[in-house]
Ligand binder design. Structure first.
Ligand code: FAD
Length: 417
């Protein structure tokens, strides 16, 4: 077909961060671009990120160090990070008037904590570069002939383009629009897709005391994960108890590995609430505290543990809050030390895609050119964002995948072959 036979140079499917970046960049390079999004607006999931604050990226400016966070597929990101990495996305937003701030953890947010303002900048990027936006219209199928996509079928109408970008996201939080359609199309055109599973997802547990623990958050605790009584790994971070189990950054980050272990046997997590103190040291500290204390146990423990936490520990150990600390027996103290150094969580399962921040699995990166995001199977097809088989931990790493791969897909889809 001649250039003029196509309605657009580039059609991008999916108005999440990856798709918007791809569409904006392709248009900036001079291509005639359409962005198709089934919602009436872009970035429905983006609006929810970072609890509505949007953790845009992570302040790790060394790409080699950054890719270590993405596990074995991290290398795939190197080229797109060098084209459009952390520095470039920070500049992108700041040049467009959005002030950013970096928190102690390295997480970068809009200074005013408003994800909505990130989305406003993205709308402007589309508008200023003349992207045709087809919102409230769903792509229902993709047709291909040989190694080329020939057209895409919408709920209303069809479109042809020289190049196509699939940026439909994963399967998590499906009510935002990410239902995993991109995986089906990729498979249909011959791509290998690693079976999607929920990642960065809260963990469900069945301890009887969970109701009492709800809302307690613990900072800098160590989670020790056991399979059938054998320790498998541990990780330190912040967590929170919820009505169903546990959540918070460290829980989300270990969830994928916990999910793998659950397929093999019984999983328990022992939370070390005082990882800085050995069992002996903690025992000594408590002993010294209790020995000379004129306080009741409740008041004495209040100096060591957060308010709701000591109540929980007393509930679990069945110790009497009213008892004088100086009258606590050795066994009673040992029980407190034991639960502080290994609060046992009996794991049931992971919550599903409904509550997973990202999807693990997706389009195999081995079949996508990392320099261009072009499919190695279909000449006029590109992929960007979470649809690819790559994910990172919490902390802005997942949005960075979208910015970098979206930019790279847009840049290369614009120039064509
Ligand atoms: C609660 C929550 C908080 C998060 N917080 C953070 C954070 O702070 N930092 C971070 O880095 N990551 C965070 N993430 C992860 C991050 O949101 C995702 O990695 C990111 O949104 C993926 O972007 P994407 O563009 O690939 O896909 P998506 O954002 O999923 O966008 C895909 C778009 O494609 C559209 N679409 C799908 N199918 C079709 C179709 N057939 N036709 C037309 N349109 C279609 C969808 O409607 C959707 O708008 C969070 C995720 C969640 C759920």
């Amino acid at each position: 077909m001649e250039h003029r036979d196509f309605q657009f140079d580039v059609v991008v499917i999916g108005g999440g961060p990856a798709g918007v970046m791809a569409a904006g960049r392709a248009a900036e390079k001079g291509a005639r671009v359409a962005l198709v999004e089934k919602n009436e607006q872009i970035g429905r999931k983006l609006a929810m990120t970072g609890n509505g604050r949007c953790n845009i990226t992570q302040a790790e400016f060394d790409d080699q160090k950054l890719i270590e966070k993405y596990g074995k597929n991290g290398k795939f990101l190197l080229s797109s990070l060098s084209a459009f990495g952390v520095r470039r996305i920070v500049d992108f937003f700041e040049k467009r008037g959005l002030k950013l701030k970096t928190e102690k953890t390295g997480k970068i947010f809009p200074a005013n904590d408003k994800a909505a303002d990130v989305i406003k900048v993205l709308y402007r990027y589309l508008h200023d570069n003349g992207v045709t936006t087809l919102f409230g219209n769903e792509v229902v199928d993709i047709e291909f002939e040989g190694n080329m996509i020939s057209k895409i079928i919408l709920k209303r109408g069809e479109i042809t383009a020289r190049n196509y970008v699939i940026a439909t996201g994963g399967k998590s939080y499906p009510h935002t629009g990410s239902t995993g359609k991109g995986y089906d199309w990729a498979q249909k055109v011959g791509h290998a897709v690693k079976s999607p599973s929920p990642a960065l997802v809260p963990i469900q547990a069945h301890n009887s005391w969970l109701e009492k623990a709800q809302g307690i958050s613990l900072g800098g605790v160590e989670l020790n994960v056991y399979l059938d009584g054998k320790k498998k790994f541990s990780q330190i971070g912040d967590m929170i108890f919820t009505h169903f189990g546990i959540s918070g950054p460290v829980v989300l980050n270990i969830s994928k590995s916990v999910g793998d272990l659950l397929e093999k046997g019984e999983v328990k997590i022992l939370v070390d609430i005082k990882p800085g103190l050995s069992v002996e040291k903690l025992d000594e500290v408590l002993q010294n505290e209790f020995r000379s204390s004129a306080k009741k146990l409740a008041n004495s423990l209040g100096d060591f543990y957060a308010p709701k936490l000591w109540e929980l520990l007393l509930h679990i150990t069945k110790l009497d809050a009213e008892k004088h600390a100086s009258r606590i027996s050795r066994e009673e103290r040992k029980a407190l030390v034991k639960v502080s150094k290994g609060l046992e969580i009996e794991v049931d399962s992971l919550l599903g895609f409904e509550r997973a921040m990202v999807t693990s699995g997706g389009v195999s990166v081995r079949e996508v050119d990392s320099k261009t995001m072009r499919s190695k199977k279909i000449d006029n097809l590109f992929f960007a964002g979470e649809v690819l088989d790559i994910e990172g931990p919490t902390g802005g790493y997942n949005l960075q995948i979208c910015w970098s791969t979206g930019f790279t897909a847009g840049e290369n889809a614009a120039v064509g072959k």
